[in-house]
Design a protein around this ligand. Structure first.
Ligand code: SIN
Length: 314
């Protein structure tokens, strides 16, 4: 008899959702990544009827996310999804680099089963923590028939990995999807699908097998008043494999920054133009440095790293 795929696996990586403070009224002076994923589940008795399994993959403040942790996480998610009894995976994470991890997993795994990232803006010790509700919602999304791809369940909304950005530094509803695109809403535990589950072509974990210290170094440089390109020269002096320009507006660059980046491109260093704007694509126009499309600078950086990883190591 075939086992029903009803197991949801929760993978913990740390973040504010696992953070603790000295006092319940302290919503900012806390330490992230203190509680284990089993503790987070214990705070949500409403999940006790579910078939769940929990594993700790990492325990960090996501501002310190790194390539080695991404490799470990991608391997752990892939291994769990390969189990026939697993319906979906939930990843608890910090909010600060959540959109980067989501995009990375989307491009590497493009899973047919749901991989639902979730997080919290308030530590677990807060007067009204948001983590338990977000974790509850994430499990509902991961167990939704037909759900697929890498998404973020947060504050009652389900965002796709490509569109989502952290848009607020403090508000509990901190994430937005570009152009308002949403995958679903979670209302009293019911998942109401309003968009499309994000699927695509997986690059595969073989692409990210190179030891983390040997991954390409891609840096983001920003256009702003007075940008003269000196930062590009400084980065080239220490060694850089690619640049993402976070341009103004439609990816525009000051004359000095444009000249420095074109010089880098002529020396064989790939350069893509993105935008500092919160949403919208950068148009590819003849004569300009290539556009990163509608990817935000941090996601364009991941895309360029993954592209460079396809090339033999230098
Ligand atoms: C983190 O990103 O790990 C800390 C901040 C947060 O989760 O909100």
């Amino acid at each position: 008899m075939q086992t029903p795929a009803d197991l949801i696996v929760i993978l913990g990586t740390g973040g504010t959702i696992a953070g603790t403070a000295q006092s319940a009224s302290d919503g900012v002076g806390y330490t992230a990544a203190q509680l284990r994923v089993e503790d987070l589940l214990a705070a949500v008795p409403a999940l006790s009827a579910r078939r769940l399994e929990a594993h700790q993959v990492a325990q960090l403040d996501s501002k310190d996310m790194d390539f080695a942790t991404w490799q470990r996480l991608a391997a752990a998610v892939e291994a769990q999804l390969a189990r026939p009894e697993v319906a979906g995976v939930v990843v608890t994470h910090g909010t600060d680099t959540l959109e980067e991890t989501a995009y990375f997993l989307h491009r590497v795994l493009a899973p047919r089963k749901p991989v639902v990232l979730t997080a919290a803006m308030r530590p677990a010790t807060a007067l009204a923590p948001d983590g338990p509700q977000n974790l509850f919602d994430a499990v509902q999304v991961a167990g939704t028939p037909g759900a697929a791809g890498v998404v973020l369940a947060f504050a009652g909304r389900v965002h796709d990995a490509v569109q989502v950005r952290k848009a607020h530094s403090y508000r509990v509803d901190a994430f937005e999807s570009a152009d308002g695109a949403l995958v679903a809403r979670v209302e009293e535990g019911a998942v109401r699908v309003v968009g499309r589950w994000p699927v695509g072509e997986a690059l595969g974990t073989a692409r990210i097998a190179r030891p983390a210290p040997q991954w390409p170094r891609v840096e983001i440089v920003s256009n702003h008043a007075g940008a003269d390109g000196a930062v590009v020269q400084a980065l080239r002096a220490v060694g850089v494999d690619g640049f993402i320009a976070a341009g103004t507006g439609n990816g525009t660059l000051s004359q000095g920054l444009d000249a420095a980046l074109r010089d880098a491109q002529s020396a064989g260093i790939p350069v893509w133009r993105s935008t500092r704007c919160d949403a919208g694509p950068v148009m590819d126009l003849p004569g300009l440095l290539p556009s990163a499309g509608a990817l935000s600078p941090v996601k364009a950086r991941i895309e360029l790293i993954l592209a460079l990883l396809a090339e033999p190591a230098a």
